[in-house]
Every structure is written in structure tokens, then in C-alpha cells.
Design a binder for this molecule. Sequence first.
Ligand code: KG4
Ligand code: ZN
Length: 330
Amino acid sequence: MSATILALETSCDDTAAAVIRDGAVLSNVVAGQAVHNRYGGVVPEVASRAHQANIIPVVHQALQEAGVRMSELEAIAFTQGPGLLGSLMVGTSFAKGLALSLDIPIIGVNHMQAHVLAHFAEEPHPPFPFLCLTVSGGHTQIVHVHNFGAMTVLGETLDDAAGEAFDKIGKMMGLGYPAGPLIDRRARLGKPVFAFPEAAVDGLDFSFSGLKTAVRYFLREQTDKDPAFLETQLDNMCASIQHNIVGTLLKKLQKAAVQTGVQHIAIAGGVSANAALRAGLTELGSRLGWQTYIPAFEFCTDNAAMIGIAGYHRFIHGERTAMDAVPFAR
Ligand code: KG4
Ligand code: ZN
């Protein structure tokens, strides 16, 4: 079925818009919010205001790059949740207002499902069923993906998400926000010489708060002995922390593959941009005979193309969202 859809993503600190036609991505625009860097994390109020400032220019650019006129749009997909309520509210209100004025429907999309469906923004995409390790700043999940609308969460984090662990530990080491990509870059210059305990969590669930505490005590101990410890060992610390987190993620993913018998394995979400996770998955996959799927960088971190892909599949199945729909934080 043919459909031209505008998609909006405003769940956290990136304002994003994309145009999708018949399931293909025509444009994918993201405006980041550097304003949070100096606070060492996302400040919700500041994020909502930045979304308000960014959304019109970002939508304009997405339409322009796609070569699509407003009048050609047939639906507007938007992130309904989970995320920061104030941020979600900006995208939701904008979607409703524009849809009302164009007399077209809106389609609310679940952000976590959209991260998984980002795999359908490019070829080759995984066949159903597949497993997806979705790792972002807010979530860590192993998802059994049956089809576009049906997904079962097999395991998830009991405390910090993987991206959150990268960010919080990075902050302890004096790195800026978000620390994930900075740790990734530093880790390439170091070696995982420091061993940190791996959380012993049953089943397919995760926990990263123990690692955070272990690193905090370790840093305190080492800097007491040598005040220059972080200066001289930052690269090795980054490599060690990354090694620990990626090791935990891949171990659970392997467990899920054995349990389900599924051999098509994907990763998604901001942390799937991590070089060690990407290389580790490829290496593990070729050793175990898996078919692995790793998104292009632009589809890993928050983007509107994934919202559009998810929205498109709901749209062609006749699904619509009521105009009185409200965003949900969790
Ligand atoms: O999916 P995403 O853009 O937003 C959420 O839905 O949360 O993920 C953002 C998270 C942040 O915690 C960030 O530090 C992490 O993804 N991240 C990375 C890398 N790039 C982004 N973590 C490790 N290595 C990276 N290269
Ligand atoms: Zn996300």
C-alpha cells in the first residue's frame, strides 16, 4: 500500500523528523541538543524548550530533503512513549496540530519497538522471527521479534540501562555527556587491564548498578594511592568498562539464542553504535553460525526514520491513533 508519512521523534534530547514513503526512508533529520553537555545529563525542562525551538525547522528540512510537499502527507507518526513527558508532549502536540490542519490521521509509536524496527530502514533486514538486543540510554532489553507488531521482551535491566551505565561511569571519570561515545573512542587507545565484577543476575535480565559501585570504589582507592591515576589510566579504564558491559550484553544474548533456537540476531539503540559491541557481535555470530544485523550509525541513536517505519506498518494495517491520545513516560 502506498503511503507518505511524516515522522517525529522527541522522546529525549534529540529533535528528529523523517519522511517515509512506502516503507522507504526519503529523509532523516536530527537536531541534537548540545545545551545539556554542561549539566552532565539531560535536563527535562531544557529539553522540552529546545524541542519547541527545533521542531519547525527540523520538519521543514525533512520535507525539503525528501522533496515532499506538506499536502502530499497521508499520516503523521510520532513517538508516544516511553520518554520524558515534557519532550513527548512537544512532538505529540505538533503531530496533532499539523494533522488536524491537513485533515490526516496520527499514529502513535512506541519508541522501543521503533528502535527494533529501525532494522527495516535498510537492506538486508532480518527475517521474522529474530532476536534484538535493544540497548539505549533508558532501556536494555532482549526482544523476541515475531513480526512488526508482536514482540516479547525476554529479559531487561533491573536497574541502570547499558547506556546509562556508560554515561554515569563516564561522568565519574570526568567525561562529558553523553559519555558512551567518548568511552568508545578512548577505549580504542587502551586495554581492558582492570577487571570488574560481572553482575550475577538470573535468566536473561541485566544489572549494571553493581559495576557502577565497583568502579566508584576502585577509582577512590586508586586516586588515593596515585592522584594522577585517572590522567594516566583513562584509556585503560574506558577499555575495561566497555569490555565488562559488552561482555555482559553478549553473554545474555548468546543465552537467549540458545533458549529460543533463533539464529537471526540484531542489535539496536544508541549503544549499538559502540565499536566493541558491533565487532563482538560479528565475531560471536560467525563463531556460532548466527546471521547478525547491525544498523547503520544514523539508525542506532534516536532518529525519526525508525518512528516512520514503525508508523508505516501500523498505518497500512489500518491502525490509527485517536486525537485525544496522550504521551506516556513509561
Ligand atoms: O537510543 P539513544 O540515542 O537514546 C535513548 O533512547 O536513550 O541512546 C543514547 C545512549 C546514551 O546513553 C549514549 O551514551 C549511548 O546511547 N551511546 C553509546 C555510543 N553511542 C551512543 N554508548 C556506547 N558507545 C557508543 N558509541
Ligand atoms: Zn532511543
